[in-house]
Design a protein around this ligand. Structure first.
Ligand SMILES: [Zn+2]
Length: 128
């Protein structure tokens, strides 16, 4: 899943960003897809969610999946609802780095466009 040269991944929310005219002078430096993402960047909790997702998957047999909300619940059982969207962002970032697959109903999907609950699957060790 190498990004198209005219696409990159937002470093905060993990969504794919397509080249835009307004970025023509600084495309190489563009890191975030929106002002909100630029403000948020990656917080400690975001990194913790990535680690939690990988840890949960580590303890599962290859091929089994978790829901992104499980990572949120594990990380903060009292306020996990607030972590649901950050958990999806963490999943998208991991998927863009090739560390996990994102699926819905057993089908591999592109996490940028996914709506509704997403399942996270550990990438098999031999996959390209
Ligand atoms: Zn973003």
């Amino acid at each position: 899943m190498t990004p198209h040269p005219d696409e990159k991944t937002c470093q905060s929310c993990g969504r794919t960003m397509a080249w835009r005219k307004s970025w023509k002078n600084n495309w190489d430096e563009v890191k975030y897809c929106s002002a909100a993402c630029r403000r948020r960047k990656i917080r400690k909790v975001d990194q913790a969610l990535e680690d939690k997702i990988l840890e949960l998957l580590e303890n599962k047999p290859t091929g089994s999946s978790i829901c992104s909300s499980e990572a949120a619940q594990e990380l903060d059982p009292s306020a996990w609802q607030e972590l649901l969207e950050p958990a999806r962002s963490a999943a998208r970032r991991l998927a863009s780095k090739g560390e996990i697959h994102v699926t819905q109903q057993g089908q591999s999907i592109h996490p940028s466009t996914a709506k509704g609950p997403i399942q996270l699957v550990k990438r098999p060790p031999q996959s390209h």
